[in-house]
Design a protein around this ligand. Sequence first.
Ligand code: ARE
Length: 580
Amino acid sequence: MNLQAICHIPKSNYAYPYKENELHIRLRTAKDDVDQVEIIHGIKYDWKNNERHVMKKILTDEFYDYYQYNIICEDSRIGYYFGLTKGEKKLYYTELGFADKFNDDFAYCYFFQYPYINKVDVHKEPSWVQEAIFYQIFVERFFNGDVKNSPPDLTPWDADPDPKSFYGGDLKGIIDKLDYLKDLGINGIYLTPIFQSPSNHKYDTVNYFEIDNYFGDKEVFGELVQRAHDRGIRIVLDAVFNHCSNLFEPFLDAVEKGRESKYWEWFFIEDYPVKMDPPNYKTFGHVAYMPKLNTANPELKEYLLSAIRYWTTEYNIDGWRLDVSDEIDHLFWRDFRRVVKEINEEAVIIGENWHNALPWLMGDQFDSVMNYQVTKLSQDFFARSEISARSFEKGLSSLLIRYPDQVNEAMLNLLDSHDTERFLYTCQGRKEKLKNAAAFLFGYIGMPCTYYGTEIGMTGNYDPGCRKGFDWNQEHWDMELYQYYKKLISIRKKEKALQYGDITFLSTDSLFVMKREYNKECIYILINQREDVADYNLPKSSFEYNYVKELLSESEWKLEQGTLRIQIPAFTAFYIKLAE
Ligand code: ARE
């Protein structure tokens, strides 16, 4: 047995409460190493009634197998240890390490413990995340619904963007296109920033309490939220608190008065006079027009949180996406969560962390993060064909094991965004690759998010190329792609297995295979990313089924002698649904 590989960490992604009466325990071993893993668990103060259960192998990545067991408990003061078997060899794994024997009389000295599940510590996601289907809008480029509030010197809508160009997209434009979005089928919109700011992207806020004039006003915004809600669509706003604009009043005050300014401590200014080129204050990246905010300063913190309170309360919005969330202090985010959830427990909080975000996702800060790691894997597998189906699923497995199950259920999964190349661009225009990637995304656990225009075949390089005006001339749309997206969205909305189902990976050399299973219904997502036809024999199911349907083409199949051999054409995805 490879002991070095074995790992369990209490109060982490390896041991966390899923509900007040449900504790999830995971264990890592070396890949294909042990025959069986058991968990022995009991109530700490009543150890003699302990129970022994076999743990299920849930995931495998490049080097490790991962096992999980969910303890259902009325009394949550739990002790536990593991029993590992390999051939004749039996070993116990406790908090003190490995042993051949375990003396139950002294169990309390050895076992791992989960001392108590306090209800307030349970990471509770909004109840709707598993049914959410998001759409991201870069406001300046979606639709110009009110030409009266457009900036001067507009760039023609169909011209290629440069970092400074203005096109006139606004909030009224989104209202005008809500029926388009409703018809597409999405039920959540994430808007890039809408508060007053001199740039087209508005990530440099000048006033956190006002809507940008070129985007509209509070009345229009209120109308947008109301009309979206009327259509069952939620609205998530972008909170940019890592930095502000260099034209933000408090920064101007600090520039003018130096240390005498009551806002001096809101920033990280090294010296007076303040210099811009190069800046002698901390910034986002090396961007002088974005001075970094000192979110540990109590007055600034209260000011920013009051803005959050204002928009969440007055406009009844459904959540926040947090810009550069990984560079802001954790204490700020804990207070932020308290403020948001006190107003609306069902509001979602989505961080912008491109890397492992576990320290933000244990229940006291974010509900979710933008899943750029899935973006990267999807680019490698679907768009660039650089990795195999098996490598892709190993990559996904590593990501799934990083976080508690409720976090995986709430991750914002995306193929592209305003900060990446458009996925079709990465695919070098090969639409079938984008379609396969979308079929994966809408079948995967978490909230699928479509970047505006990806569904009609928009393409473009990294920022600013990915921020072109949405092309509303339907003659230019890739109608087949658009219909495919609509189909995927409608299936995702209908199928409980895709929203709530357990996930299992079963890829072969030639095929990516992912199974989602929920209450005697199961959907196999089979994706052929190769130039040849791929064969697949559906494995025996845990339940008897007679109903077999491929959901994307809506064709029904007959079982032959209880089995099904499927041929998947090159660069095609199938959603095979089995039911009783
Ligand atoms: C502007 C120009 C660009 C130019 C850039 C360079 O438009 O063409 O390349 O300046 O200075 C906003 C605007 C951008 C603007 C930028 C600076 O939207 O258009 O770029 O401000 O003025 C990292 C951060 C992550 C950040 C990305 C972009 O960690 O937080 O970089 N994303 C957010 C927003 C952006 C926004 C800002 C932050 C600033 O979503 O839109 O930019 O408010 C790895 C790293 C990550 C890194 C990632 C991408 O994974 O580990 O940390 O993300 O790559 O580079």
